[in-house]
Each structure stands twice: as C-alpha cells, then as structure tokens.
Design a protein. Sequence first.
Length: 70
Amino acid sequence: MRTTEVAAVLPAMIELRRFQADPSFPETLGVEFGTGREEPAVYFYFVDGWLSGVAVDAVHGPQVTLWERS
C-alpha cells in the first residue's frame, strides 16, 4: 500500500505528521495518524513509498484485533 491508500482506509483519522523514521535509513518514511491533533494513535512506516510496518500507540491507540483477538 502507498500513503494515500492507507489514508483512504482510515476515514476517522487524520494525518498528524510525516518524519524520517531512522537517520541511518533515509528511504524510510514514518507517517503518524490520530483522532485528534495531540493524540497520535497509529504509526505507519514506508520504504521507497510502500508500506513496510505498522505500530499502534499503546496509550492513545485504538483497540486492535489480530486473528480475532484483542
């Protein structure tokens, strides 16, 4: 997935910021989404424009289900 595709499947969230995820790997872009300006919820990481990882903020993040378990 690309950044625009991720944003399209998260209609209740807004993009808060973009950042360089790791100075050692300049091709890795981090994008932070949240439900409010001060509440980051999910971080997506893209390498060369393609989704490579997802991390949920344990404090502000949404309830997450994986393989039917919360």
